[in-house]
Write a protein of this length. Structure first.
Lengths: 359, 415
């Protein structure tokens, strides 16, 4: 009995020690985390023989500052939003990434020209372009009376029922302004003025009593499936996976979409820094980006990844019309402004919280 | 009888008093060494972290550590002095250092807590810091005219000291006015006082609801014969051992708009399809789910105390002519008071700090102060999170002291 106890303790310790060498990637969980596991984590682990682990989080950017300041960084690669990547890099919380280590595209184009403009920053490399859109259950509305514009989301008279909105100021304030008729080119200029902010909050006030607030990316498809809401904002890839992958009757409205780059970054002091860089080089190569784009409908960040047609993992759905960057979906689209959010994230979220808590 | 009292001694001649004191001291020392590991554990894992948290609530060196030259200028110039060329020169030097060390964000964030919209000023200035050349006052004013605003300089002055009461001010919805006096923040940003009051009221409500529901269950558990009591006990303990998240999310399925309860009520015709009850993602949801989750904490202490109450007292009261209600009110209830005290204290303190359930089912109006503490932790504003936590701790300690005065902490039995 005693020998058994000693043996098991020794083995468990060995297992823990081995785990310390595993590459740890933190992403958003749900369909997106699964897509990155299938497209990046597992193939890289198989190709290089290293262990790799995927962790889920509502927003991987939040634990990074805590970990770096505490000197106890446990993740090697994190998937963060563009504005968060810039802000964290500004504060010295991310390792700088050398553009030279990124491989050329499959057609030979050097990485610097192959990546879309702005896709590679000092401390982060883009994997995809995703969008905040809104979706509805198409069985609830006949085809000719379905919502089609951002303004329809805020129209409780024409489309009664509860709405789902992300709990936070980012992308919600822009969506409110676009729903109020502001053109995408004017949204950030308007939001920078007090009157513009009041206008955005007034628009949100008009539906506040009917809103169900979500925080995790997997919640909106669940809310729609439960029938809890008739329309909800969501990350477009999650709705696509529910609609095509699971056969749910969800329809995306691209009008008023707010799109942004998603980046891989390495927290400063990550335990497996070299492996993290290798992983990023692998995941953001043309093959890595195509592999992810075939799992979930986010636009790849390299031009060479779009040269050949992208087909979903079911073998028949063509991805191109479902990407945020498809020309048909860009009619009334807004690129999320990282300059605006890097500076204003804290104060606008304070005001948003006060607005939310006030009854 | 002699005048002097006979001094009692032990068998080896020592005075009894001294021998007793020595023996007791030995026993106390032995007890202390037995408890010492636990004491060390509590000091390391409990007192030190809480002390550090309380320290963080008054300490933030975002600006003071990264803009020392400006801090020095503030030290040598009294409040109200308009910034001169020396001040701007110090600022420019500090910004060059901040750009090199990538600390403009943290410095700007600290000043932003005191005066909103200043972080963007700091980060923008840091980006162009290398292009600043004397005369610095004109250079900085040309970069952004906010550098001429006295509000900004007052905010920097208050942020230039690492020790500050600003975070406590924020957590009671106050701010410093331009002349240094303290005033309430504008109406549309007042939340914390309202949240504190709501948290304590809601926790009180949940405690009372738990008490009302737990009392009959505990009484049944105490008086039923062993086999039935064991079955009932399993019904109480099994949910208690189930994961909290599983219980909370299953309540979402039960109470949501298209959930089981609403579907049954619509099927029975009690409510119409349009009149479905909103019991989820609001305050009602928070109350219901938290009551369910905290119920075992009320049942178990009550059960332990009720088990020790002999049934003979109640029987004696009935035989002396008391009605059921009088027996209950004057004989049974006072004997259960220690259990009620223990259960209520446990449930209330747990409810006040609860975060997961309001986060999942509370929606917008079921949020408690703990959700905001978590929000500020997420946004890396640890100082404000610490200040809010410290206020919550103070509130709970005040209530605990009140409880001690009214009921007495010694009248608390967990079994």
């Amino acid at each position: 009995m005693k020998r058994l106890l000693i043996l098991t303790t020794a083995l468990t310790t060995a297992a823990f020690a081995a785990q310390a060498q595993d590459l740890t990637v933190m992403s958003w969980g749900g369909a997106y985390g699964a897509a990155q596991t299938e497209a990046h984590v597992k193939p890289w682990a198989a190709a290089t023989g290293n262990g790799a682990v995927m962790l889920d989080s509502d927003n991987p950017a939040t634990p990074i500052k805590a970990m770096v300041e505490a000197g106890n960084v446990t993740i090697d690669v994190a998937s963060v939003e563009y504005a968060d990547a810039i802000r964290l890099c500004d504060e010295g919380l991310l390792e700088p990434i050398d553009m030279a280590m990124l491989p050329a595209g499959s057609d030979g184009t050097p990485a610097a020209e192959d990546f879309l403009p702005g896709a590679v920053t000092e401390c982060a490399v883009s994997t995809d372009i995703w969008a905040n859109v809104y979706a509805f259950d198409s069985t609830k509305y006949p085809a000719d009376a379905a919502p089609t514009t951002a303004a329809d989301f805020f129209d409780l008279a024409k489309f009664p029922g509860k709405r789902g909105l992300k709990k936070g100021a980012k992308a919600v304030l822009e969506f409110a302004l676009m729903g109020d008729g502001v053109a995408p080119a004017d949204v950030y200029a308007t939001l920078s003025t007090p009157e513009g902010l009041d206008r955005a909050f007034a628009k949100l006030d008009s539906i506040k009593s009917e809103v169900v607030w979500w925080e995790a990316g997997a919640q909106p498809p669940q809310l729609l499936a439960d029938g809890e809401v008739v329309m909800t904002t969501a990350y477009n890839g999650r709705i696509f996976n529910a609609a095509v992958g699971e056969g749910k009757p969800f329809q995306i409205v691209w009008d008023g979409q707010v799109y942004e780059n998603e980046m891989y970054a390495v927290p400063k002091g990550a335990p497996n820094k070299e492996k993290a860089m290798e992983f990023i080089a692998y995941a953001t190569s043309t093959e890595g980006l195509r592999a992810q784009a075939q799992q979930i409908s986010y636009g790849p960040a390299r031009k060479s990844a779009m040269l050949e047609e992208l087909i979903y993992k079911d073998g028949k759905t063509v991805m191109a019309p479902n990407l945020p960057t498809a020309p048909a979906n860009m009619a009334n689209a807004l690129e999320s402004s990282f300059e605006f959010w890097v500076d204003k994230d804290a104060e606008l979220n304070e005001r948003f919280n006060a607005w939310l808590a006030a009854s | 009888m002699s005048e002097a009292a006979v001094l009692l001694t032990t068998s080896d001649g020592r005075p009894l008093k001294a021998a007793l004191a020595a023996a007791q001291a030995r026993a106390k020392r032995r007890a202390f060494w037995l408890v010492a590991p636990l004491l060390l554990f509590i000091v390391i894992t409990f007192i030190i972290p809480i002390g550090q948290m309380l320290h963080r609530s008054v300490y933030h060196d975002g600006l003071s550590a990264n803009a020392p030259l400006v801090g020095a200028w503030f030290a040598t110039n009294p409040p109200g002095t308009a910034p001169d060329e020396a001040a701007y020169a110090a600022l420019a030097e500090d910004f060059k250092a901040m750009k090199a060390n990538k600390t403009a964000g943290i410095a700007g964030t600290r000043v932003n807590y005191t005066l909103p919209e200043t972080r963007s000023l700091f980060t923008a200035t840091a980006r162009s810091a290398d292009k600043l050349a004397p005369p610095y006052k004109e250079a900085l004013l040309a970069l952004d005219e906010k550098w001429g605003s006295p509000d900004v300089w007052e905010a920097m002055r208050s942020a230039s000291s690492a020790y500050t009461a600003d975070f406590y001010l924020i957590s009671v919805d106050m701010e410093r006015a331009a002349d240094g006096s303290i005033q309430r923040v504008p109406e549309n940003t007042r939340i914390y006082v309202y949240l504190f009051v709501k948290t304590f009221l809601l926790s009180g409500l949940i405690t009372i609801a738990c008490l009302v529901l737990a009392f009959p269950v505990a009484h049944l558990l105490a008086v039923l014969p062993m086999s039935k009591a064991n079955l009932l006990m399993i019904c109480v303990l099994l949910p208690f051992w189930t994961s909290l998240l599983v219980r909370t999310t299953s309540w979402i399925v039960v109470l949501q708009g298209q959930g089981i309860v609403n579907d049954v009520l619509v099927a029975l015709g009690i409510i119409s399809e349009d009149g479905r009850l909103a019991m989820m993602y609001n305050q009602t949801g928070t109350i219901i789910v938290m009551t369910h989750v905290l119920l075992p904490f009320m049942i178990l202490p009550l059960y332990s105390v009720m088990k020790t109450i002999p049934p003979s007292y109640a029987r004696a009261a009935r035989s002396l002519g008391a009605t059921s209600w009088t027996t209950f009110r004057r004989i049974y209830l006072p004997q259960t008071l220690p259990g009620i005290g223990a259960g209520a204290l446990l449930v209330f303190i747990l409810a006040v700090g609860y975060y997961i359930t309001p986060a999942l089912v509370g929606g917008a109006d079921g949020q408690l102060i703990s959700n905001f503490i978590d929000f500020h932790m997420d946004k890396s504003n640890w100082s404000l999170a610490a200040a809010l936590s410290a206020m919550l701790l103070a509130g709970v300690l005040v209530l605990y002291w009140l409880y001690d005065r009214l009921i007495g902490i010694d009248n608390l039995k967990l079994g």
